[in-house]
Write a protein that binds this ligand. Structure first.
Ligand code: C2E
Ligand code: CA
Ligand code: CA
Length: 278
């Protein structure tokens, strides 16, 4: 019985792997966009590009359920190049729709950072679409192995090149790894995105609240952008505003939006006139 179950599981996994390989090959993944808002002005200032796999039978699959397989297949770099292209395409659409002030962000795996075509394709993409580089944010996980910036191929050197090239680079899931603070000293990033775990516990757990306050204070001192992700209620948004946190993202503002709903959502908000305030 055990063997049979294991066999079934293997068969299921390899069927999925083939379909996934195919979806990446043919570029038929889908992209959803989650807004970020300035706590100071109430304006929408950015959108994060989040990949979804629309499986022919199982429907929409979230990244946590298929990115591990993408990694195993050695296709993370290829997938991230597609996400980057989707991000730039959406940014061009936003510009055409009168939302030129809204920036775009995408997630960059270590595999993307080391991909030989990454920076060339990024620069080509922004030039071709007439996008301002400072409106493009690359989110890099705090847990990435950055290496030494003096080695030209290291991830630290690539981040410096991106920053020197005029792009924004944010450290994602910040505040849960051990290396966070030393990364701030060594890496040429323009901002931090504080991990959902810390944000969620902000009001219920005194330690999380204290860590959060210090991270926000330090980031402000270092003139870094600071974004809190995973904000699910007004009380958390208000507490963050009180700490001096500049930007929030989370279900309280909006869940990730399918591309087809995005412009309607932005227009609706614009029509509401009174921006949502913490
Ligand atoms: P992430 O970069 O931390 O993205 C934020 C995740 O938190 C998203 O999940 C989003 O739906 C979820 N989220 C946002 N607000 C809230 C909230 O208020 N409460 C809760 N509980 N969750 C919230 P999603 O879309 O499932 O993405 C999961 C992770 O997958 C992302 O985490 C990111 O690390 C990765 N990912 C997504 N798209 C890509 C991609 O194109 N490339 C790479 N390399 N990674 C990606
Ligand atoms: Ca992210
Ligand atoms: Ca994150």
């Amino acid at each position: 019985l055990y063997d049979e179950k294991l066999n079934d599981r293997h068969a299921f996994q390899s069927r999925r792997a083939i379909k996934l390989d195919d979806a990446i090959d043919t570029g038929t993944l889908d992209y959803w966009f989650q807004p970020t808002m300035s706590l100071e002005t109430g304006q929408i200032i950015g959108l994060e590009t989040l990949v979804r796999w629309v499986h022919p039978v199982d429907g929409v699959i979230a990244p946590d359920d298929f990115l591990p397989m993408v990694k195993e297949l050695g296709l993370m770099g290829a997938l991230d190049l597609l996400s980057m292209t989707a991000a730039l395409t959406e940014k061009r659409n936003l510009n055409h729709a009168g939302f030129g002030d809204i920036g775009i962000a995408f997630n960059a795996s270590p595999e993307l950072l080391s991909h030989p075509d990454f920076i060339r394709r990024l620069v080509w993409g922004v030039e071709a679409a007439g996008i301002e580089r400072e409106q493009v944010t690359i989110e890099v996980l705090e847990t990435t192995n950055f290496g030494d910036a003096s080695e030209t191929q290291s991830h630290a050197a690539i981040i410096r090149d991106l920053h020197d090239g005029g792009f924004q680079v944010h450290l994602d899931d910040f505040g849960i790894g051990f290396a966070g603070l030393s990364h701030l000293a060594k890496l040429d990033v323009t901002g931090v995105k504080i991990d959902r775990g810390l944000v969620t516990n902000l009001l219920s757990d005194a330690i999380s609240g204290k860590i959060m306050r210090k991270i926000v204070e330090l980031s402000n001192d270092l003139a870094l952008n600071v974004i809190a992700e995973g904000v699910e209620d007004q009380a958390t948004a208000t507490a963050l505003a009180g700490m001096g946190c500049g930007v929030i993202q989370g279900y309280w503002l909006s869940r990730p939006l399918p591309r087809d709903d995005l412009l309607d959502w932005l227009h609706d908000r614009q029509r509401q006139q009174r921006p949502k305030r913490a």
